[in-house]
Design a protein around this ligand. Sequence first.
Ligand code: UD1
Length: 421
Amino acid sequence: MESWEIVGGARLVGEVRLTGAKNSVLKLMAAALLAPGRTVLTEVPDILDVDIMGQLLTRLGAQVVHDRPAGAVAIDVPDQLDHRADYDLVRRMRASISVLGPLLARCGEADIALPGGDNIGSRGLDMHIAGLERMGAQVSVQHGYLQAVARQLRGSTIWLDFPSVGATESLLMAAVTAEGRTVIDNAAREPEIVDIANMMVQMGAQISGIGTSTLTVEGVDVLQPVHHVTVSDRIVAGTWAVAAAITQGEITVINAFAEHLEIALDKLATAGAHVDVHADSFTVSMDTRPKSVDIVTLPYPGFPTDLQPQFIALNAISLGASLVTENLFEARFRFVHELARLGADVQTEGHHALVRGQPGLSGAPVEATDIRAGAGLVLAGLVADGVTTIHEVHHIDRGYAGMVEDLQRLGATIERIRHSD
Ligand code: UD1
């Protein structure tokens, strides 16, 4: 058990280097199952979810070695895989569902416990299931397990109701070795989808339209294992950008692609920040109190829902009022009750939040309810007067490797407090 104690008021200045995106690497690990042999992933973040996915792959018959200092994971995939993903692992991480497509492709069947994960809304699987059914799978839910069977997946045209990240990835991984052509229309276009598609192309898959909302896949018989560098984490990059703005500091984020964050950086510029973009880094600096900015979350390239809590924290201390609209996860506003403990004025109604900027916040004990809510609370704690203690930080550790140490290097007063209970 650990909590973080922050004394607010420091201006954050310096450089921070990103590693690969959590939301990419977990899917890349699942995609490794598609090819017998050794896949090696680099720029792997040192986060718990990588270990949970490693345990899941091990349970399925792979051998997984995570070299933390090198930031690399080697996955040895056998010719025969087990096809059952148990509840004890799946319940800890929703991304476990990513093994569904590869298992169906490799084994012709998959039994996956219905996932748990972040507490941010209902997060259905209907689009994953409907798409796999169109490809010839028979899917049922029994005793808490999703059971899918398809001796041979067949290519098909699938129109997604919504550009779901998870459904696009599941269908893409199922389609690469299916018989014939699959078209996924209204596909998600997130950089993490581009990353997994690129890796599968390296493995021998035939995918066109990568980065667009129509993905066309010509099924191939076999894929080869590869070495692949994980795309850098745009959400962690965006969190550091907000950290610079909220503390009126100056942070250079290295190994970051500003083009993956265009709207968010533009919002920071509207709030009054200076944003300098370089080839593989950017710098955000701020020398005045920020101005409030309205936010509407949307699938990529819209404003990312995973940066919404961080921007609510920024708006909470900005000049003026702002309207934040959350279109992806209905429960994401739960964290505003915690932010209110620091003195933020946020009123929610359905999927809108009205944030009235305050001249300051005051430190208090708060609880992280999910990864990004936790990041929002850290940012608020950095500017709150006095001590903010953040509980349930294991959520934050799931998405931000070594965040406390990075904050300390940038000049924040923050400490990990270990409890025995
Ligand atoms: C992924 C990211 C998450 C991010 C989200 C949106 C991972 C591990 N997580 O989550 O951090 O916030 O993308 O960018 O990569 N939905 C359905 N039926 C489905 C699939 C989705 O109703 O079959 C709904 C969900 O309940 C949610 C919305 O669609 O309201 C978006 O979900 P999706 O894009 O699939 O997000 P995830 O893949 O779960």
